[in-house]
Design a protein around this ligand. Structure first.
Ligand code: HXC
Length: 262
């Protein structure tokens, strides 16, 4: 699965952990369409990889991503955007990978960069990370789920204010408002923290981990009654896995479980 990419770097820095680093420094990691295509390819490869159980997505200390590529979008027409389904491929990012994705955000995460971070399963950042949906300043609106995911994350009052004013918010605020699960002092600590969490996740049964991600994500789409029922169905189905037997037997025998991922 070693491919060469132009706009991203891909590695496996720890056992069970894949890493994608957005690497387009000249444009502060602006997310042009070829970059999103590479990201989709890399996530699909990690999904298929027998050695990877969780993935960390990061940028540089200065920028996670400063948005969709404004220079690419500037000349677009309605009919062009509509007939090519512009931005639709971004949605593949949320389905390509069933394994957990941890975003490690330092620096700018603006517009599409903020939306990309919001697509991750776990979001970590630095206190000075610069989040925001500034599209309104460019005469447009969020187009990759920002109005939906940010609103679910921070509530309507704050999301409406942020999206209508285009004002950014800090990593500290992101944590306080529940957008980020944790803040780390600087980029190095952030990346270390993200990799450490990915390693913890990678130490568990892949079957259970995928199910856990699936049921939590369903909570964003379903009402409570349907969501609880969906969770119970998936919970029941895990009694059909070998790893449930392995995990519970190991507890009773006071041993460390040796997962089969089956
Ligand atoms: C294209 C970008 C870019 C972007 C930065 N660059 N952001 N190119 N698209 N989104 C380029 C600049 O043009 C510049 O290129 C280089 O990166 C460095 O940026 P500077 O502006 O010189 O850096 P600085 O002064 O440090 O300012 C950083 C910044 C600013 C505050 C992040 O770059 C900025 O405001 N960027 C745009 C942020 C934004 O509006 N994002 C939302 C985009 S709309 P040159 O060639 O001049 O050196 C969007 C829509 C999403 O994302 C909807 C669908 C996904």
């Amino acid at each position: 699965s070693r491919r060469s990419y132009e706009f991203i770097e891909v590695s496996e820095p720890r056992p069970g952990v894949g890493q994608v680093t957005i690497n387009r420094p000249k444009a502060l990691n602006a997310l042009c369409t070829p970059l999103i295509t590479e990201l989709n390819t890399a996530l699909r490869a990690f999904q298929a990889s027998p050695t990877v159980s969780a993935v960390v997505l990061t940028g540089s200390a200065r920028a996670f991503a400063a948005g969709a590529d404004i220079k690419e979008m500037a000349p677009l027409t309605f009919s062009g955007a509509y007939t090519t389904s512009f931005i639709e491929s971004w949605s593949d990012l949320t389905t390509a990978l069933k394994k957990p994705l941890i975003a490690a955000v330092s620096g700018h995460a603006l517009g599409g960069g903020c939306e990309l971070a919001l697509m991750a399963d776990v979001l970590y950042c630095t206190p000075t990370a610069n989040f925001g949906q500034p599209e309104i300043k460019l005469g447009t609106i969020p187009g990759a789920g920002g109005s939906q995911r940010l609103t679910r994350a921070v509530g309507k009052a704050k999301a409406m204010e942020l999206i209508l004013t285009g004002k950014s918010f800090s990593g500290e605020e992101a944590e306080r408002w529940g957008v980020a699960a944790r803040v780390f002092a600087d980029y190095d600590a952030l990346l270390e923290g993200a990799l450490a969490t990915a390693e913890v996740i990678a130490s568990y049964s892949r079957v259970a981990v995928q199910a856990a991600k699936e049921v939590v994500n369903k909570s964003q789409d379903l009402g409570l009654r349907d969501g609880v029922e969906f969770e119970r169905r998936v919970f029941h189905s895990l009694f059909g896995s070998e790893d449930q037997k392995i995990g519970m037997r190991a507890f009773a025998e006071k041993k460390k479980p040796e997962w089969k991922n089956e």
